[in-house]
Write a protein that binds this ligand. Structure first.
Ligand code: KIV
Length: 360
């Protein structure tokens, strides 16, 4: 606990300031709780986080100046290894009252704090993922096969993507929202890429865009970054090229791995802030992650990436046939089918609507 008390001393040090004095008292009380029984710790963390979010910018700046920024969150890690999981470390660095930025991602990489990213296609789920502190929400063109009833991502258009991206931005508060540039919206020229990326920023309010391809997309990436747009790369299996690749197959096995490394380096040089590695061997992803200065985000690329991304409908069990690399943390498909069937039966039998759902 000594670290905790050092940090309390830190708050004492800041105590002359009025606002800090008030908060210091509450923080001390929470710290006191935290030294008590284990089951109070989660509540204590939440209280600490809430209080931090109530501080003025000035007080936060003071905390930062004194090296105490984030102390409220990292306190949970001072009780020993049982509470100091990697996940908590990442959460401890999660911004309290602002959007995640490219600098946070760079910091996650520097601190070896693995981070997560999920797709989102609407405001409702975006709000849930945002509250769950998922740093990046990708409005993926996987909306094509997941929500628009297409067989793949190829038919998806800008006009279909923009309302989805806008909804995700509206539904979230702290996650960084990245929009996927759909097939046909950037390949033709730098100008075409610029025009459509700008539409995403202006019409949907996203914080960056993602496009598929390595060396072949260098020029477009440079054009976007030159215009001040944050760009995420995507190499390995690039689903928009599924026909040219002959299916959804692992990329970069054996000698062809050198091509994926060259793609990653070209994108980094062109200015992307992170790169998605899809369906590449775990060893190759690990090598790329160690080589690049920017964060890598894996999907079917093993445990060696800086972050992991999944399609949310795969993760939560809504997709009928999810890919092998996607775990199922929930069987939403079965739960929804069960609930809807039950409701249909209740309607048929007259159980619904009951008194609770009727007006008089
Ligand atoms: O469209 C998508 O969902 C993607 C993945 C990387 C998740 O590009």
């Amino acid at each position: 606990m000594s670290q905790v008390f050092d940090r309390v001393a830190g708050y004492h040090h800041l105590g002359e300031e009025d606002e800090m004095s008030t908060h210091r008292l509450s923080l001390l009380r929470v710290l006191h709780d935290e030294s008590g029984i284990e089951r109070d710790v989660t509540k204590a963390r939440i209280d600490l986080r809430k209080r931090y979010s109530q501080l003025s910018d000035r007080s936060r700046t003071r905390l930062a100046c004194h090296g105490y920024e984030g102390t409220i969150f990292t306190l949970t890690n001072t009780r020993g290894p049982s509470l100091a999981s990697r996940e908590e470390e990442v959460m401890s660095n999660y911004p309290a009252n602002r959007r995640v930025t490219i600098h946070d991602l760079a910091r996650f990489k520097a601190e070896k704090a693995r981070f997560s990213a999920l797709t989102a296609y609407d405001a409702l789920t975006a709000a849930i993922f945002d509250e769950a502190e998922i740093p990046i929400l990708l409005v993926g063109d996987s909306a094509g096969n997941n929500f628009l009833g297409e067989v793949d991502t190829i038919p998806v258009t800008m006009d279909e993507m923009i309302p989805l991206a806008r909804a995700v931005v509206r539904g979230s508060k702290r996650s960084m929202v990245i929009a996927d540039m759909p097939f046909g919206s950037y390949e033709r020229s730098d100008d075409q890429a610029l025009e459509n990326a700008i539409r995403f920023l202006k019409e949907a309010g996203v914080h960056g865009v993602k496009l598929e391809g390595g060396i072949r997309m260098r020029s477009q990436v440079q054009a976007l970054t030159k215009a001040g747009i944050a760009v995420m790369g995507h190499i390995g299996l690039t689903p928009q090229s599924v026909n040219a690749l002959g299916g959804y197959r692992v990329q970069g096995r054996g000698e062809s791995g050198k091509g994926v490394i060259a793609d990653a380096l070209a994108l980094q040089e062109a200015g992307v802030f992170a790169v998605v590695l899809e369906m590449v061997p775990a060893e190759l992803a690990e090598e790329i992650t160690a080589t690049l200065e920017i964060p890598t985000i894996g999907i079917g690329a093993g445990a060696g990436c800086d972050g992991q991304i999944l399609v949310w409908t795969d993760l939560l069990g809504l997709t009928a046939k999810p890919p092998r690399f996607a775990p199922k943390y929930l069987d939403l498909r079965a739960s929804m089918a069960e609930a809807v069937t039950k409701w249909r039966q209740d309607v048929a039998s007259g159980v619904f609507p009951g008194e609770d759902h009727s007006f008089h």
